[in-house]
Design a protein around this ligand. Structure first.
Ligand code: PLP
Length: 373
């Protein structure tokens, strides 16, 4: 029997979440963001579920090439653009659209020999201060690009820093519109948080939205809103089983560094899942886990291959009992159980994004066609 840890990828959740993105921005097209191997879910696995998208957005030419090999003929956008001049040959060969965020990339395009002009997304830095031309420099970059015979259509793109938080996006939207008002070209502004929170405004919605994490069923603005609030369904379940139990006496300690001391006699379970599987090592005591669908706390440090949980609330749990680290749990008394990845992440001082992306290659993966795990 293989080690009883596996990740389930729920294809119908992916389909449902893509539909949710479309509902938020009905007349916009969708770049399904599949960078980082589809946020840890596997590019090939999510492809089947997401192929009704309008385009795929990612970072690596190698990932774009894999999509083409899967027979994806639609648009693919390189979100960071090309990293060197030679990459443009791949863009020509694979018909990739690419972001242009600095002058050198324009120089490379100007020297590039291509039969088919490229579709580019010119990026404005409206305050994120990561990639893009500042608003005052945008127009001249746009004019330079538009004049090149190597360039077909110039679209306009920016990225929000605070779509999920109180500062909001108004200042960035204002800068974007002020400096693009009389420029032609399609617009793309919204990541998941902006799609869910702000895309009802047509000026924000633009022509293309770029949902990432929402497709995978995590909430971009947890804990303000959870995935259920946004009507999203977990696309990944990480589940395992108890492989041992221990009866502790008051004063006994658990695991490396004896971080947890039993306050009373108690029974604990040992779960086959550790940090080498991608579970965060810094999960503190109290981080939730489901055992037989019932929420119980982690006790003691997460080790490489195992972690321990307090079984006080599930006295009938035993070796072999089902453990849900995140995602969809078993149905208990007719009710499906779940443990949002965002809830686990919050305990660990991080976000659902990081946990799903960190799933380790050693975890067996099973693709589920239907909702039930
Ligand atoms: C990753 C990324 C997205 C998707 O972000 P989410 O928060 O996962 O929706 C959108 N746009 C750009 C430029 C990105 O890099």
């Amino acid at each position: 029997m293989p080690r009883p840890l596996e990740a389930l990828i729920h294809l119908d959740s992916l389909r449902h979440n893509l539909q949710r993105a479309r509902e938020c921005a009905p007349d916009a097209r969708v770049w399904s963001v599949v960078k980082a191997n589809a946020y840890g879910h596997g590019l090939r696995r999510v492809y089947e579920a997401l192929r009704s998208t309008d385009g795929f957005a990612l970072l690596d030419i190698a990932e774009a090439q894999r999509l083409r090999e899967m027979d994806w003929r639609g648009p693919i956008l390189l979100l960071e653009g090309v990293f060197e001049a030679r990459d443009l040959e791949w863009c020509s060969r694979l018909n990739l659209w690419h972001v242009v965020h600095r002058n050198e990339q324009i120089d490379w395009i100007a020297q590039h020999k291509t039969e088919w002009p490229h579709r580019v997304f010119l990026k404005m830095n409206t305050g994120m201060n990561r990639l893009g031309f500042r608003p005052e420099a945008f127009r001249s970059a746009w004019a330079r690009l538009s004049a090149l015979s190597q360039v077909d259509e110039v679209s306009l793109i920016t990225h929000f820093s605070d779509a999920d938080s109180p500062r909001g996006i108004a200042h960035q939207v204002a800068a974007f519109h002020e400096f693009t008002a009389d420029l032609s070209g399609e617009r793309s502004l919204c990541n998941s948080a902006a799609t869910l929170r702000h895309a009802h405004d047509p000026l924000v919605r633009g022509d293309w939205i770029r949902p990432g994490v929402m497709l995978y069923g995590a909430s971009p603005d947890y804990p303000e809103h959870d995935a259920g609030h946004w009507g999203l369904q977990a696309a990944m379940t990480l589940r395992s089983r108890l492989i041992a139990t221990q009866n502790l006496r008051a004063g006994d300690t658990v695991g490396y560094g004896s971080r947890f001391t039993a306050p009373r006699d108690m029974r604990i379970g040992v779960v086959a899942c550790g940090y080498a599987d991608g579970y965060p090592r810094h999960a503190p005591d109290g981080t939730p886990v489901l055992v037989n669908g019932i929420k119980v706390p982690i006790v003691g440090r997460v080790s490489m291959d195992m972690l321990e949980v307090d079984l006080s609330l599930v006295p009938d749990a035993d070796i072999g009992s089902e453990v849900t680290l995140w995602g969809k749990g078993p149905t208990v008394a007719g009710h499906p159980t779940r443990l949002p990845i965002d809830e686990v992440a919050l305990h660990c001082g991080t976000i659902g994004y990081e946990l799903m992306c960190a799933l380790s290659p050693r975890v067996a993966i099973e693709v589920m066609e239907s909702a039930s795990a």
